[in-house]
Design a protein around this ligand. Sequence first.
Ligand code: NAD
Length: 377
Amino acid sequence: MNRRSTSAIAPRYIVRMDRREFTKLSALALAWRCLPAYAQTAGAAQKPVGYAAIGLGTISDIFMRACAQSQTAKVTALVTGHPDTKGVKYSAMYGVPKSSIYTYETFDRILDNKDVDAIYVGLPNSMHCEYTVRAAQAGKHVLCEKPMAISSAECRKMIDACRQAKVKLMIGYRVHYDPTWKQAFQMVKSGEMGQLQSFQGGFYGQMRNTWRLSKKLGGGGALMDLGIYPLNTIRHITGEEPTDFTAIISTREQSGRFSEVEQSMEWTMKFPSGIIASCGCSYGQSGPCFLSINGEKGYLVMESAFYYEGEHLRGEVGDQPIDQLATGRLPFQFVLEAEHFADCIRNNKQPESPGEEGLKDMLAIEAIYKAAGAPIA
Ligand code: NAD
């Protein structure tokens, strides 16, 4: 979801931090300004990792734009139900040979395409499992969009298929790769906020006329699509798995838009250490997109927390005020994500957001739906 247009965000970078730590951390943001960052490393000399994009919708369009800005990731094939229109359009845009345009029916022939190292799965949620398994069987690594699938059983199937085929599996949690978010993670990790106590988070918006409103294709509603962002980010920061849940679903609108999936969900979760989190999400209301991280001696608030750009990090850590606006512009998070997975493939590293991360989120999502009295599994 992209709330603001790029031009609406003034390019500024406000920092009121006086600490050595910050100097180190801001190197990350500066590295972004000098993109392609990864290309400056030894990897630049290698042939770019070839991605086949499957499902040429909104997110694949952004991903392909990101690859075009990278020297280590390249789109080398396309998989689409519309080879003569979308296929031809994107092959011309990104220099993909016509022979490397596949349909869902001919997808498995990608096995023979040596220019394809990995598949980027940008399909509706209920199709992630099938195409990840098929990609693994074709010997290709998989970068799959969030949510990983629509049940924990499917997530396990995907992990097993990739393990058996000895290919890597990464979930597209772009927040993990974002420099401003990395600074926030590092501030928490430094211990200067003291013991973590609680989180509040939310992602609210309007969703209309899309497969996301179909239970069969989306697997669920706002929680599956939007609530997963605060959920995953909180799990990532705490390094713990939530154990206790309360949740309430509400669908006020009776137009029929939400006949299959929930309009709004509010939930709480508690972690083994005692950290508590209170979160919400909606497909049918306006509201903030934020995460508040509260420690004993400081707090951080990220607002526009989960959009594609324009995050504002503010708060107080120790006695230092923090006020900083991200400088990266769409599709920068996707460049970093694509390059991270390329690095993992080239150098046999474990992705920072592997399939197991997607499974853990799905287990929490199932627990939240169950707590709300609307189990999905
Ligand atoms: P989209 O509707 O824009 O694109 C979906 C694509 O799948 C289209 O090309 C469509 O033709 C194809 N498709 C194939 N079979 C289909 C079917 N039966 N019904 C509908 N479409 C079908 O969706 P999107 O916004 O690109 O989302 C795709 C995936 O990416 C979802 O899993 C979503 O959660 C994820 N996503 C991730 C982010 C992120 O920031 N990481 C943002 C948006 C979407």
